[in-house]
Ligand binder design. Sequence first.
Ligand code: NAG
Ligand code: NAG
Ligand code: NAG
Ligand code: NAG
Ligand code: NAG
Ligand code: NAG
Length: 507
Amino acid sequence: MQRRLMMLFLWFGLLNLVAADEYNRNDFPPEFVFGASTSAYQVEGAALQDGRTPSIYDTFAHQSRNGTLNPDVACDQYHKYKEDVQLMAETGLDAYRFSISWSRLIPNGRGSINPKGLKYYNNLINELIKHGIKPHVTLLHTDVPQVLEDEYEGFLNRRIIEDFTAYVDVCFREFGDRVRYWTTLNEPNIFAFGGYDIGNFPPGRCSPPFGNCSRGNSTTEPYIAAHLLLLAHGSAVRLYKDKYQAKQLGFVGINLLCYHFSPITNTREHIIATRRTYDFLIGWFMHPLTYGDYPEIMKKNAGRKIPIFTEKESKLVKGSFDFIGINYYSVMETNDYSIGLSKYPRDFFADIGVEWKYSDPSVLPDEFMFPNEPWGLERVLEYFKDVYQNPLIFIHENGQVAKHSTATNDQFRVEYIQSHIGSLLNAVRNGSDTRGYFVWSLMDVYELLYGFKSTFGLYHVDFNSPNLTRQPKLSQKWYSGFLKGKNTTTYVEKKKVEDDVMGRSSI
Ligand SMILES: *[C@@H]1O[C@H](CO)[C@@H](O)[C@H](O)[C@H]1NC(C)=O
Ligand SMILES: *[C@@H]1O[C@H](CO)[C@@H](O)[C@H](O)[C@H]1NC(C)=O
Ligand SMILES: *[C@@H]1O[C@H](CO)[C@@H](O)[C@H](O)[C@H]1NC(C)=O
Ligand SMILES: *[C@@H]1O[C@H](CO)[C@@H](O)[C@H](O)[C@H]1NC(C)=O
Ligand SMILES: *[C@@H]1O[C@H](CO)[C@@H](O)[C@H](O)[C@H]1NC(C)=O
Ligand SMILES: *[C@@H]1O[C@H](CO)[C@@H](O)[C@H](O)[C@H]1NC(C)=O
């Protein structure tokens, strides 16, 4: 997960939890998968070794780098993958979600394959399988090859569709005999919004007065990038379905960052603003994927700025998934600002007509942490069930951030994870077709927002030691116990806002 955007949405809630029902993993369906996640640039290291070239993630991390720690080394999983798979096995994970670095596998973005990159991912996959751990692979987790960004501005140019499809073809062909779960894109909704409107996300594009970047256009580019992300995804899925699925018997999906949006108070404007927010941030992708077009409210508010689906494009995108991956961290309060809809020019964000609380990105607050609001996860899953025809879902990321320190006693993280798994169980019992849950993150990794200063890991990583020593935290011990069948207790919030948005989009 990319922390940098998160701060836009950060506020501090009081923990107000009470112990509720007991549960254990046998309360989940027998095939339900539990795992942990990372992504290539954030964990691999060896950024410039063995033929890999930089991605837009590298470029962005170097620009915002502050301090001596080097994101190009990260956790050095590239060299330590065997040790790390051992940790996963000890924890008892069913699955590991990781991503492939496009520019490690195909350093020029297109064309010849890097044999050392190919070997690395074969080794990692084989090591996982040897330990009975299922690989769940993300094909693009923010790290578009820099060479394609330089050549034609990446996801602003239709040429990306062909290059992305050729890249995933290599992955399906080389790894698809062992990998059964493929995710085309990680959080394209946030990539389009953060990368092209606010500019606080790779590739860091925006325009004044909406942000301070050296290039970009906040009013139009988020919509263009999202459209091309959808088409590149659709093209990758079509390839998999036409050429590989019958033989490899795998599944292919896409992943979105989802908040539960909740009106700041129960007045009509805030409730309607909340529906708009669901449509802009989730419907932006889920409407085309389910119904073949953008939500009406987006077309209305964005007007000519939002690309129109041709019939062919609509057909390519509609229904192009076997599952949806959801990254869920917290609830966000929505505050109507529809008065701003009469202003011009408007960026993507202003087109929503809401206001969120901002906090200063240069300050890392002492108590930086998500409020523990597990009920929001249940609400999001109910929303997908009602509005998007109950798709098959994996929770691809969920976890608690805190300042990186030497302390491994992360009781707050235990409470966060156990209450969210409890909430997930409620949703599954009420009919959500969720089939798996992954903690973000397996270990402390490089995070986009605060680098190595605040982390999410089940394992502590000592970034100051040459060995990058891994050490289990209390949360690892708890998760491991849960995976091995121990009973646990869920927590529920004492008071929740009753927000009348479920089951309804604004159209
Ligand atoms: C675990 O919880 C279940 C209810 O979910 C209960 O029936 C069982 O006795 C508990 N086991 C232990 C060892 O506490
Ligand atoms: C870099 O970090 C130092 C100390 O942590 C801080 O004072 C400074 O403002 C930071 N600079 C930027 C550009 O974030
Ligand atoms: C925008 O960025 C430039 C270069 O980093 C800096 O000099 C300038 O002060 C910034 N402007 C604002 C309004 O933040
Ligand atoms: C963004 O693009 C639109 C449409 O081409 C144009 O009208 C507008 O002036 C551009 N804005 C900036 C800041 O370049
Ligand atoms: C359970 O599902 C039903 C049918 O979709 C829905 O009406 C109800 O609100 C859900 N319950 C909760 C607690 O979300
Ligand atoms: C680093 O690892 C090596 C080899 O495993 C070991 O000999 C050494 O003591 C370790 N150093 C630290 C600081 O942990």
